[in-house]
Structures are given as C-alpha cells and as structure tokens.
Design a protein around this ligand. Sequence first.
Ligand code: ARG
Length: 573
Amino acid sequence: MTDMMTRIATLTSELMTAAWPEAQGLPTAEELRGLLAVPPDSAMGDYAFPCFRLAKSLRMAPPKIAEALCEKWNHEDVARVEPVNGYMNFFLNRENFARETMEELIAKGEKFGSSDLGAGKTICLDYSSINIAKRFHIGHLSTTMIGHSLRRIFEFLGYNTVGINHLGDWGTQFGKMIYAYKTWGSREEVEKGGVDELTRLYVKFHDEADHDPALEDEGRAWFKKIEDGDPEALEIFTWFKEMTLKDAARVYDMLGVSFDSYAGESFYVDKTDAIVAELRQKGLLTQSEGAWVVDLSEDNMPPCLILKKDGTTIYATRDLAAAKYRQDTYHFDKCLYVVAYQQDLHFRQVFRVLDKMGYDWAKDCVHVAFGMVSFGGEALSTRKGNTVHLDDLLEQAQQKALDIINEKSPELPEKEKVARQVGIGAVIYADLSNNRIKDIDFRWENALNFDGETGPYVQYTHARCCSVLRKAAEMNLPAPDWTALTDDEAQSLLRLMSRFPDVIQEAAEKYEPSMITRAVTDIAQAFNKYYYEHRILDGDPALAAARVALTGATAALIKTGLYLIGIEAPERM
Ligand code: ARG
C-alpha cells in the first residue's frame, strides 16, 4: 500500500500536468509530497497543499490555482477538497482510510514496515570498534548504538548485514603498556584491577616519559617485540586484549549488542604488505620526508600517510587493507563506518585512495559520522579521568528504574528484568533521540530522565496498550466496525502509523536512527491522547473491537520501533 500522502501527491501532480501541460518548472509528485502539510485544526482538512510554489510557473494567483485544482478533483480516497486562501484542503474518506490502514496493520503485525528492498544485498557495518586496554566509556556509546540500530533497520528492510567490531588493537601504545606493566605493575594487580589497572599503568608511563623521553624508545622496543612475534610480548598483549574484551562483553550483553566479526587492526597487519605493493605498482606512492604517502593535493587534502619513516604501517594503511578484505570477503553493496566526525578527514583520505587504486566500490564506503560527546562541557579524557564508564551508567540507570518500580508498583512481576529493560532503554533512547551529527554534552540527568519524551515514556505507552489488550482478550468481541475510528484522535494516530514504513526507509537512506525514535515517540503521544479522549472497551462491542484493534496495532508498532533502535518493550511496567 502506498501511503495516503503519496497517493494524494501523485494524484495532485497528475491533475496539475493534465490541467497545464505546457507549464514549466512544476513540482514533481515527490516534491509535492514534501509540500503536503497536516493542518493544525482538522476543520481545515486532513491534509493541505499550499499552491504558492506553483504561482510562478503558472503565472496565476495561488487562490485561483487552488480553485481550479479542487474543481477537477475526483477520487474516492478523498471525500471532498476545498480551496481556502491558496490552499487545497483535503478531507479524507475517514472510514476508508481507517479500514485500509487497519487491515494492513493487522495483516503485517510486528512486520509492518519491513520489506525485501535489500534482498540479495549486503551491508557491512563497522561500529563500536573499541580500543584495547581502555574501559568502555560513554565516548563509544553512540557508535555502538547507532551501528546496532542501523543494522536492525537494514535487516528489517531485507538486507544481509555484517556487524564488525574493528578493534583498536595495534600500535606503539601497546608496547608502552607492556613496558609500564613490567616496570611498575604486577600480574596480581592487573588481575585484580582489570582494565582500570592497565589505564593506570598507561597514565603512569606518560607521566614518567614527560621527564624521561628515553622511555618512548623502551615502549617502541616492546612494540617491535609484539610485531616480531616475541612469545613474552605476545602473551602479555593477548592477555590485555582478552581482559578488555571480557569487560566489553558485559556491556554488550547489557545493551543487547553483538557482532559477526572482531577482526580489528591487528588482523590486517599481515595484509598491509600487499596493499603497499599494490600502491607502489600503481604509481601512487611518493616519498615525503622519508615516509611514503599518497599525494592527494589535487583533491585538496593532505597526503595520506602509508608507511612511516621506520617502515611501519599506520591506521590508514590498515583501513585500506580492511576495506579491501571486506569487499573480497563479503562483497558488500555498502560499507558503513560509524565513527565520530573527528575522523572525517581520515575516511575521506582512505576512500579517495581506494578510488585512485581503481576500486569502483570506493563510492560504496560511507562514513556515518556523529557528534562529539563531552562531559560537563569538557572533552572526554581517560587520562584525566573526565569520563563516565558505560557499565556504571547502565547499572545506575537500572537501579533508578528499580527504585521507581518499588515505589510505584511493588507488586510488578519480574521487577529486576523490567528495571533492566527500562533503565537501559532510557540510556539508549537519550543517545538516539537527536540527529546523529549533533554534539552531545553528556548529563546524568538526561540519560537517567524517565519523564517527558524518553524511552520509559514510550515503553510505558506500550505496556498500557498491552494492559488494555489483556482485558479485551476476556471480552469475546465481534468483528470490528471501523466507523469507530473516524474521530480526530484515531485519525491522527492512524496517519502517523501509516507513514511508519516511509520513516524506516528514510532512516535507512539517511543513516539516521533518530528518525525512528521521533516517529515512535509521536505515535506514543498520539495514542495517549486517544486513550484520554476515548473509552476503548466501553459501549457497542463492534465499535469497541475497532478501538481494541487500533490499540493492538499501536502496541505492535511501538514494539517494532523500539526494537529498531535497540530498546526492549516490556508488557507490564
Ligand atoms: N578504534 C577507533 C576509535 O575508537 C575507531 C575505529 C573505526 N573503524 C575503522 N575502520 N577505522 O577511534
């Protein structure tokens, strides 16, 4: 079913071209759809089309255009059209609209909005991509949740997806860490303190190296040992890595996030020689101050460093190898990199180099950038301790949810489970409620806010629907009479729901999960408005059945919407 707005836009566009076949510069059906508005007062129609944009092309006053178009209008979906002050106001055949929409919603259930658009296509998503020996903190929440949500959105649209955690597990910092561990640490303390102890050692290294620059060489020497496969160096490095991943696994479990691959930077080290050779053979490498680079001056970018003076590779070299590996292995149609916008230049360089290498799939690599997270107005810094660990945040959120449940509904079954779903839902919702490119100043109050437009509010609306449905299940209701759903509140709810499939597609096209967050919140609000204005279970049973069906469809849709942004939907709260 194409949604009502698209249908009205298409019909209006057809009318327009039929009425003025010679006119130049008329809006296309798609543009027209963008111009269609929902009037604030339903006395002015269910939709309104402003004719002002047409005035120039038609050399006619907007009210005249509206009149001419309204006169020609003739279609059963719209009960009547009225020209008012240059607007065409459409009054839907509300009963038809309710029936059609409800039939579709019921037939699709929780699959409403899904499609096979992506059948046979593969999308690689590089997200979360944490760094070894660092605690999982709020700086990695957005990449984790945006990536996870996009993955669910694309799967819902029929794509095959590959979730990749491109671990930051290579670089001289690991040599420094081993040196610090051997000099100031012990196995016992690291075992006890975990990743925090590694951070402490790393900070200590930098403090000491400030007065003793020779330490840098020591660190490099240990990194060289890792590179050369020295057993002791490798053993310690592997241990650090396992410890970090175990720590992260707890957080991923709490968030319900998983990956198909943990192939990170170290995985590509032995694949960079081939990349360097290929760049050289294609004549793309030039020497600059002893290092090897790809010149990108014609693209107005600084050169992309490939090999350092000492012959070692860098982040970019490994990303080139990773992109090629992913294309060879997964044959992706798109490869998305969900990474903060600070790395914008890095990705532009990498994608441009791939393009220069002659890979036409370079155009399918997309940097899905997001804003910076600060804490208390300052940049995050693990070294300065200016950050919030994700496990602390998630635990506090769960505790807060549990406190509220204990106070408001102490009898609730499975309290702990619901507290987990609600607490974590609040954090995820706060992270995915803004346009992804917006900077976020992390505030505990926001992440733990349960009032207003929040995850718990939407979850609560879902639970409210479920509660109505439980009561309705005992009533043995007849077949629904859709005339029950012709009032303003039901119609606005239906209108929002009928648009949901479009929202999902748009969210996928723009890589923007917040569009789903927005839609699901609007739907929750519209349902609550409906709920306050109408007694769902009372009165004529056939009319009640229609209201119950609307409630059921709302529950299913909210559940799907929350699922797509990675939030669970408890049935009781
Ligand atoms: N580990 C990096 C960081 O935390 C992000 C890696 C992103 N992915 C990539 N293929 N470069 O900043």
